[in-house]
Ligand binder design. Structure first.
Ligand code: HPA
Length: 278
């Protein structure tokens, strides 16, 4: 797959990108969270299909576009439609998307995603700021030959979730009176949801939220030197914690509640962030 080089990919991206466009941040929107992308002004959209080497996804609720534009007057690049490993896409496709963000000049990557809550007091519609993760995907997106021009072979993960950006996100949420809990995210491959026994085990490991994404993107972003901040939109209580059965339709429905908060929170955060980062 890597007979397509980043240079080939950037040649395509630069055909679409407005001259001199340089995003401050990348933004990835998860299931049911795409309404934030509708707020982007002066948008230029690039279909994933146009990007060499990329396998585009096909899960309902995920449109597949890279959108270059502005939120709160801050230039951003939005990955509208996430690629999930459960679709059978390769890590290579996810690497390409995250590395485009870096190559266009962004210094931060804002990651959102739907998640199940393992804390009974944090229910559907709530936001959770992710402070750390447990990679329970059956692999690591950096396996394979390392490209030293992108990042080092071995990557530290102590401050994977940037402490300064976390603080800015909390400040923005407080200012907007949006309650936001904090916690540890554990990733699963999916597409089946977890069993109640798995959820009991994950809680003992110290996880607070569970989902099928985020972690591969965070690892790739950290490798490339992007600063990461991540907010999960809780769409359900995890398996066994409530009488409700977990469904993708429920994810989309309650994702919409989280999305309404993110539509306010992310632009506010971006404004603060652009004052702090160069
Ligand atoms: N488990 C895994 N992924 C999810 C969930 C869940 O309960 N809710 C939303 N995405």
């Amino acid at each position: 797959m890597m007979n397509t080089t980043m240079a080939d990919i950037m040649q395509v991206i630069n055909r679409y990108a407005p001259k001199g466009f340089s995003p401050k941040a990348g933004l990835i929107l998860g299931s049911g969270l795409s309404s934030l992308a509708d707020q982007i002004t002066n948008p230029v959209s690039i279909p994933y299909q146009a990007i060499p080497g990329l396998q585009a996804g096909a899960v309902s609720g995920h449109a597949s576009l890279l959108v270059l534009g502005y939120l709160n007057n801050i230039p951003i690049i939005c990955l509208r439609g996430r690629l999930h490993l459960y679709e059978g896409v390769s890590y290579e496709s996810i690497r390409i998307l995250v590395r485009i963000v870096k190559r266009l000049g962004a210094s931060a990557f804002i990651i959102t995603g739907a998640a199940g809550s393992m804390r009974p007091e944090v229910g559907p519609g709530e936001l959770m700021l992710i402070q750390d993760h447990i990679n329970f995907h059956p692999g690591n997106p950096l396996v394979g030959a390392n490209d030293e021009t992108i990042g080092p072979r071995f990557v530290g993960m102590e401050d994977a979730y940037d402490p300064v950006l976390q603080e800015l996100m909390e400040t923005a949420a407080n200012r907007l009176n949006i309650p936001m809990s904090k916690g540890v995210y554990i990733s699963t491959l999916g597409p089946s949801f977890e069993t109640p026994a798995e959820i009991r085990a994950f809680r003992q490991w110290g996880a607070d939220a569970v989902g099928m994404s985020i972690v591969p993107e965070v690892i790739i972003a950290r490798h490339a030197g992007l600063r990461v901040v991540c907010v999960a939109a809780i769409t359900n209580l995890a398996a066994g914690l409530s009488e409700e059965k977990i469904t993708h339709e429920g994810t989309l429905q309650f994702g919409e509640m989280g999305a309404r908060k993110l539509v306010k929170l992310i632009p506010e955060f971006l404004k603060d962030m652009s004052n702090v980062l160069d």
